[in-house]
Design a protein around this ligand. Structure first.
Ligand code: FMN
Length: 145
């Protein structure tokens, strides 16, 4: 089993609707391919994790890297894994904008800022820590402003 992580810049300003559309379309295709993962978006960047077999992760990579909805593609990890981290998610789209200002401040302090939003990290461990922080914060009532 393999896990790929990348960061890219969105061609258009992202909205929750657009992220969810991409994730919903991806989910259908990923489920057929046995892929799981998560797609995070700020207004300007994506951070995506995709888990599955070597072959399927590579096929997904090839499809995604040529998609004109993003560019400045940065591969963060392509690793052998023992188990999936996002087993229940065919592709969950999460918008990291319009956060409660306190949560936004704490994420900016921890991970830095980019283009006025929270900066997605470029190190594998930090990217996974970031996603874990977001997963936990989404459970909080103050997640939404
Ligand atoms: C940020 C981003 C993430 C994407 N993630 C996936 C994905 O996880 N799986 C997938 O099949 N397609 C994903 N896509 C879509 C592919 O790039 C491509 O548009 C799609 O697979 C083509 O599907 P179609 O042939 O059904 O139109 C993503 C696109 C973008 C912009």
């Amino acid at each position: 089993m393999y896990r790929m992580i990348y960061k890219s810049r969105s061609t258009e300003q992202m909205t929750l609707g657009l992220v969810r559309d991409i994730a919903a379309h991806s989910e259908v295709k990923n489920e057929k391919a046995g892929l799981t993962g998560v797609l995070l978006a700020t207004q300007t960047h994506f951070l995506q994790v995709i888990e599955g077999t070597f072959e399927e992760v590579n096929l997904a990579f090839e499809r995604i890297v040529h998609d004109e909805r993003h560019f400045e593609f940065k591969l963060i990890a392509f690793s052998v894994i023992d188990a999936r981290l996002f087993g229940g998610w065919g592709m969950r789209g999460i918008g990291v904008f319009d956060l409660n200002s306190q949560l936004e401040r704490s994420l900016k302090k921890k991970y830095g800022e980019e283009d006025g939003g929270i900066r997605f990290p470029l190190e594998e461990w930090a990217a996974l820590a970031f996603i874990n922080d977001i997963k936990m914060m989404r459970e909080l009532p103050e997640w939404k402003r």
